[in-house]
Design a protein around this ligand. Structure first.
Ligand code: ADP
Ligand code: MG
Length: 391
């Protein structure tokens, strides 16, 4: 569904649920990482793209600091009050937008009352980061209703803080950064430690992104994400001690440090470190390849990234492995890997758009034959970043 149609859907939902007219719509696109799996919270490098799939939040101001929110995906209208933001233990989805408003207010924004209705073309819990898209779309709306000047990176931090401190999900900055900084037909490089970033063109409309669902859902908060993150920090600390120069993030550890001291680490920590360090290098190599227009090398690096996630990070599944394996021999493929948290969710493939139909048919048939399930496939363009529009 194009963004215009999504905007219409958000507006209609607002009218239906509130019996009133919205004044603005905020958009936050979903994202996939092309390279840089689980590197962000280790202070490493990432190479994501924003997609032409987004969360759209239609809203209007409301008096008295009252907040009323609703989503096409859930029944009813939830309420809250500006200045008294509390976690909603019953209806978890509202914590993403409420956390965003709370953190925006803490950053100095004059957040006031509002009603808003959420519509979306970003599938939930599939590795496209619907949660960041929702936070970013909420922020765009709030900044339009109650104007406040804030730099894009500071806004990404505000949204990340909402998810870290209010929702309780310890994600890095990758998702919110991608949603805010997205550019049409460009990949985004980010150094998660210095926050240096730039956009690098990735073909014209001839390159498309295929997201294929492994049909196995992940529940990141209760699942392995926070634990793995903790293990990375332990690995950094141990390696820092072993080399005689303290470290808090794996980014501060060099390949030489790891090679010299890895035998002293428990196997699990050694593998985490190996993945993160080699993945950081793959991002740098991928950027260099893109800058010389070498999509072939970028694609090879994506397959290597998948193998590293699978063998060292342990966040792949047989279904994800199957999708990536099928992509290897599919018409028009450039590269493929698992995307996002892993443990289920989606694979991401870069492909030639002219061969999209044949590529998708190959994946669908193979997945049905090998796994016995129908995979859900999204053919996406590389889209622009977050913004807001008047109704
Ligand atoms: P991901 O970000 O990979 O899609 P998460 O588990 O981080 O998965 O975030 C998904 C959660 O975000 C949902 O369970 C829901 O609470 C919230 N969310 C995302 N999109 C919407 C939406 N359109 N309406 C309401 N809540 C949403
Ligand atoms: Mg998320």
């Amino acid at each position: 569904m194009p963004l215009d149609a999504l905007k219409g859907q958000a507006i209609r939902l607002f009218r239906e649920r509130f019996g009133a007219e919205p004044t603005s719509v905020g958009f936050g696109p979903g994202r996939v990482e092309i390279l840089g799996n689980h590197t962000d919270y280790n202070g490493g490098f990432v190479l994501p793209v924003a997609l032409d799939r987004a969360v759209a939040v239609a809203g209007a101001p409301l008096a008295g600091g009252r907040i009323e929110l609703t989503s096409a995906l859930f029944e009813g209208i939830e309420t809250a009050q500006v200045g008294q933001f509390k976690r909603n233990e019953k209806t978890n989805w509202v914590n993403y937008p409420l956390g965003t408003l709370k953190m925006l207010a803490e950053a100095g924004a004059p957040v006031g009352g509002m009603r808003f209705a959420v519509a979306s073309t970003v599938p939930l819990g599939s590795g496209l980061s619907s949660s960041a898209a929702l936070e970013v779309a909420t922020a765009q709306l709030a900044l339009t209703l109650y104007p406040f000047a804030i730099e894009k990176m500071a806004l990404a931090r505000v949204c990340q803080r909402a998810e870290n401190e209010f929702v309780g999900m310890n994600c890095g900055i990758l998702d919110q950064f991608s949603s805010i900084f997205g550019e049409r037909n460009a990949a985004l490089f980010l150094d998660c430690q210095s926050l240096e970033h730039r956009a690098i063109p990735i073909g014209d409309d001839d390159v498309a992104v295929v997201v294929a669902n492994s049909m196995t859902k992940h529940e990141l908060i209760s699942g392995g994400y926070n634990r793995i993150r903790q293990e990375c920090m332990e690995a950094a600390e141990m390696l820092g001690k072993l080399r005689g120069r303290p470290a808090t993030l794996l980014r501060e550890i060099t390949m030489e440090d790891l090679q010299k001291h890895e035998t002293a680490l428990p196997e699990r920590l050694r593998k985490r470190a190996h993945h993160v360090l080699t993945e950081n290098q793959r991002v740098l190599d991928g950027v260099a390849a893109l800058e010389r227009g070498d999509l072939r090398t970028l694609g090879r690096l994506m397959f290597e990234s998948h193998a590293s996630s699978r063998d060292y990070y342990g966040n792949s599944t047989p279904e994800l492995d199957c999708l990536v394996d099928l992509a290897k021999n599919a018409p028009g493929v450039i590269g493929a890997k698992l995307s996002g948290g892993g443990f289920g969710g989606c694979s991401v493939s870069l492909i030639r758009r002219s061969q999209a139909d044949a590529f998708i048919a190959h994946i669908k048939k193979g997945f049905q034959e090998r796994i016995g399930l129908e995979t859900e496939i999204h053919l996406c363009a590389i889209g622009a970043g977050a913004h807001a529009e008047k109704v």
